[in-house]
Design a protein around this ligand. Structure first.
Ligand SMILES: Cc1cc2nc3c(=O)[nH]c(=O)nc-3n(C[C@H](O)[C@H](O)[C@H](O)COP(=O)(O)OP(=O)(O)OC[C@H]3O[C@@H](n4cnc5c(N)ncnc54)[C@H](O)[C@@H]3O)c2cc1C
Length: 482
């Protein structure tokens, strides 16, 4: 099993990342990326610790690896996968969306369904299984970018002004393809080993050049990462910004300036139908998004915990109105937890023997996420009141003897001296109000696609035939004479 130190050494390469008009020289040391790199390193150390019980040997490949890098082949495997994903999620309290198990889960399902990649003359099926075995052996951390850049959503890439704005094939060579263009929005890419690049948005037959999928090292020549403003450097301390200072994953627009991709790293080549097969026929989408819901459930529990503790600290937790708000938050959190378990309970083996989490439960929970997360935040925001702003500007005020006495006297609660109270309310602010919090709000609403896309998954996977049939049977049971 890979250690955190091995991971940190591996990401110290020639990757081309731009922030604030400058090229980042050493990603593991840069103020914007060091904190999240350290957190990911911790995840690898957690997994490598036998106490976490995240290690197993894949019976198909014989490789000893992290449980999250193997497709579940029984109900027990599903439970073990959930345990492993939850162990990682608990380490970050759900605030790291793209830990290595997310894209890992997609590749687990890809490799279990090589037939979905078998098209044309080239053996992409062999590519995907070989790549997955490498992922198992090396515990690879992949980020992904599977959405075209937001140029126009009225048309697809072939109709955009300028050639190859969305990443596509610029040239085919004997030994691979050269890709050019951009793709959004690779969370964690700056500190990943490699990036999976593909397109999940539906394409037309005119978009064949963009219908590709491949894995590329972050340090590949010609690949540039344009990161949104990082929040970690502005975090004055872990005390002031406990979440920003640890979990700012960063998000990047990828630009491919004629990047060579050898054939063995290509999984879909100019095949519009192949992209849909890759994501949906393999079960990758439902397995990867089950992982996302396992993580989301952990995060909601944490938010519920902050809310309850804030209410206790302010002495309002027994007021009926507050109990009602906490009760609503508890309901939201437990709905997601229940969907995670329901997906496991309703899982079934597919033709390849992979146990797929029940899609009705996974997509049902996802379909509500764009309302559920903002609602959870609204309740926490409501309960904290002005307490999140009635805090000293930074930990420096706590250390200044001129101000400390006032802070101790006026910013405390019966159950919490000033230092504890301020610590809690600064955590609450980092969850609801900081720039990091705002990004998380956007993340939970959009990470799996815009709400209309995600509700489309819920619509298609609910199985309306049963309910409609029931209504029709009921209607058939009476007529005008009744
Ligand atoms: C913080 C963050 C991190 C992310 N991380 C990743 C990542 O790691 N990898 C990755 O691949 N993706 C990631 N995503 C998701 C992805 O990049 C997109 O944000 C997502 O797919 C939605 O697409 P969009 O942002 O272009 O929004 P759009 O799809 O353009 O939607 C914007 C608005 O337009 C409306 N709209 C657009 N088209 C239609 C239509 N046809 N019908 C009705 N309404 C429409 C939507 O309802 C929405 O209100 C991330 C997103 C965020 C916000």
């Amino acid at each position: 099993m890979r250690t955190g130190a091995e991971y940190l050494a591996a990401i110290t390469d020639e990757r081309e990342i731009y922030v604030d008009g400058e090229r980042v020289r050493n990603v593991a040391e840069h103020a914007a990326f060091r904190p999240i790199a350290a957190t990911i390193a911790e995840l690898f150390d957690v997994a490598a610790d036998p106490a976490s019980k995240m290690t197993h040997t894949d019976p198909d490949t014989g490789i000893e690896t992290n449980r999250v890098f193997t497709a579940p082949r029984s109900r027990e495997d599903l439970a073990a996968f959930r345990h492993a994903a939850e162990t990682w999620a608990r380490h970050t309290h759900g605030w790291v969306g793209r830990s290595p198990d997310h894209v890992g889960a997609f590749f687990d399902a890809f490799a279990a369904h090589p037939e979905a990649f078998a098209s044309g003359d080239r053996d992409f099926a062999a590519n995907v299984t070989a790549y997955h075995q490498r992922m198992q052996r090396e515990n690879l951390y992949l980020s992904y970018a599977i959405i075209p850049p937001q140029v126009s959503r009225a048309t697809t890439a072939h109709a955009w002004e300028g050639e190859l704005i969305q990443v596509g094939v610029a040239e085919e060579r004997e030994d691979g393809i050269v890709v050019r263009g951009a793709q959004m929005l690779a969370t964690g890419a700056a500190v990943a080993d490699e990036i999976f690049v593909s397109c999940i948005k539906p394409l037309t037959d005119n978009d064949r050049d963009f219908a590709i999928s491949f894995a590329v090292p972050v340090g590949a020549k010609g690949l540039k990462l344009y990161c949104r403003r990082p929040f970690a450097p502005a975090a004055t301390s872990a005390y002031d910004y406990p979440l920003t200072s640890r979990y700012d994953e960063t998000d990047a627009l990828l630009v491919f300036d004629d990047v060579f991709i050898p054939w063995e790293r290509v999984f879909v080549d100019r095949d519009v139908a192949g992209l849909r097969k890759q994501f949906f026929d393999t079960g990758a989408h439902v397995l990867g998004n089950w992982q996302a819901q396992i993580r989301f459930a952990v995060k909601l529990q944490f938010i519920a915990g902050i809310a309850r503790k804030v209410a206790q600290t302010n002495g309002v937790d027994k007021f009926p109105g507050v109990v009602e708000k906490l009760g609503e938050l508890a309901s939201l959190a437990s709905l997601v937890e229940s969907a995670v378990l329901a997906a496991e309970y309703t899982a079934e083996p597919d033709a390849a023997g992979v146990w797929r989490p029940g899609s009705r439960a996974v997509y049902g929970a996802m379909g509500l996420q764009a309302e559920l997360y903002p609602r959870a935040l609204a309740i926490l925001r409501d309960l904290v009141g002005g307490g999140v702003l009635q805090v000293p500007s930074s930990v420096a005020d706590m250390r200044n003897p001129e101000t400390r006495a006032d802070i101790d006297r006026y910013i405390h609660s019966p159950s919490a001296p000033a230092a504890d109270r301020i610590k809690l309310f600064k955590l609450a602010w980092d969850a609801v109000g900081s720039e990091f919090a705002g990004r998380h709000h956007q993340y939970e609403m959009f990470y799996a696609g815009a709400p209309f896309v995600v509700k489309g998954y819920a619509f298609r996977n609910y199985g309306f035939d049963g309910p409609v049939g029931e209504v029709e049977t009921f209607l058939a049971g009476y007529d005008e004479s009744a």
